[in-house]
Design a protein around this ligand. Structure first.
Ligand code: NAD
Length: 364
């Protein structure tokens, strides 16, 4: 395990993505997104995704330098097609359009279909929060075999269909951001455990026979095991609405097997953006939300070492810690990033060389 600063990881990611054909701007948007996910503690959606992106570029399931195309514009309802571009880039642009529209309408429903992996969905919630808006995001994941078993099932039928809910907070308080996979864990977290050779909680995973297991390897061999849904039937219901809202309403399609699976990751998302000031006075929002958060935070913890937190708070704590102490990257992930660059034509050991202190002596 090595520790890197965010600047170091940004440098490595930028080089890799530019080698994959991205413009400097696109490489910067995607790198910022990935490294921020690492800083916030979501290594599953950080630079560990880069090797997969290299394979997707190689297979042609991910296309660099795409702009989202506006497919439908009904005022407060917008539909975009991501053209299989980097989801972090096309998603950001689609959100910018939707936020701009919301300034006029107060409420916007926007769909984005056919985007390559959009990454950490909380990023789009943060975009809304930056404009002072609340937002709701339902996402499905297609183009590859399912990973998550429906409640009571022993085989996978869904992917990890994330849901994100964002609420701005009054001045001086942090916004509230719930950003979660509808599986108990995101697949990327299983990949991280697998790379580290660590077991996982057996409530998270089923083996290929539908039996509970603590071995993350079941998700990386054939026949494949399955992840379980969060909250049993409730998470199953939310995952289903990821398909309905994200996949169906965007026109991007659901996970049903009649749709093509090319082994990439395609995300389809429904986003609803709402200007809270159209519903309640700012002063009311400020006092009521503040009182609610204070009430929650005043709960006596069941375990003194684990205080009650507000969604979004664990990520802020991780950000502070990792900014100070560096971002841990396991050796397998680091090697996979190196190999990913080689697939795109970079020389062996390019990422170590990029971070090595310069051998040039200062003049004089
Ligand atoms: P997680 O379980 O670590 O956290 C989920 C949410 O719970 C977060 O909002 C977090 O702030 C909150 N939380 C955690 N501990 C808390 C506590 N003690 N008290 C209150 N709130 C708490 O996250 P996850 O479900 O593993 O998802 C990780 C990331 O994966 C997310 O960013 C998600 O968007 C992303 N994801 C993306 C895709 C995709 O296809 N693009 C698919 C699945 C997941």
């Amino acid at each position: 395990m090595q520790h890197f600063s965010s600047e170091q990881l940004l440098l490595v990611s930028q080089r890799l993505l530019e080698a994959g054909g991205s413009s400097a701007d696109e490489a910067s948007v995607v790198s910022d997104h990935l490294v921020r996910a690492n800083l916030l503690g979501h290594d599953s959606h950080g630079i560990g995704m880069l090797p997969f992106y290299c394979g997707s570029l190689d297979r042609g399931t991910l296309l660099p330098n795409q702009e989202p195309v506006l497919a439908t514009d009904h005022g407060a309802i917008l539909a975009f097609d991501g053209q299989r571009g980097y989801g972090q880039a096309v998603g950001r642009v689609a959100m910018e359009h939707a936020i701009e529209r919301c300034r006029a309408t107060g409420l916007v429903a926007m769909t984005l279909r056919n985007a390559h992996h959009i990454g950490r969905v909380g990023t789009y919630g943060e975009q809304s929060l930056g404009a002072g808006f609340a937002s709701i995001h339902f996402v499905n994941v297609t183009d590859h075999d399912p990973l998550v078993a429906p409640f009571l099932g022993k085989e996978a039928r869904f992917s990890t269909n994330p849901v994100c809910l964002a609420m701005p907070s009054p001045a001086g308080r942090e916004p509230i951001l719930l950003d979660m996979a509808t599986s108990r864990v995101a697949l990327g977290k299983v990949r991280v455990a697998h790379n580290k050779g660590e077991p996982m909680g057996s409530e998270l995973l089923l083996d290929a026979d539908g039996q509970r297991t603590d071995d993350p390897a079941v998700m990386f061999r054939r026949p494949q095991g399955a992840l379980t849904t969060v909250g049993d039937h409730k998470g199953y219901g939310l995952a289903l609405f990821g398909e309905l809202f994200g996949g169906l309403l965007s026109g991007g399609g659901t996970i049903q097997p009649g749709n093509e699976r090319r082994g990439g990751i395609v995300n389809n998302m429904l986003t609803v953006i709402l200007d809270p000031s159209k519903l309640v006075e700012g002063s009311y929002l400020e006092s009521e939300l503040g009182d609610l958060v204070d009430y929650l935070k005043s709960t006596d913890p069941a375990d003194e070492k684990q205080p009650v937190l507000i969604p979004g708070e664990p990520e802020r704590l991780s950000h502070a810690e990792r900014t100070a102490e560096g971002i841990p990257v396991d050796d397998t992930t680091w090697q996979q990033i190196g190999k990913g660059g080689e697939l795109l034509g970079l020389e062996a050991g390019w990422h170590d060389a990029l971070l090595a202190p310069s051998s040039e002596q200062a003049p004089g």
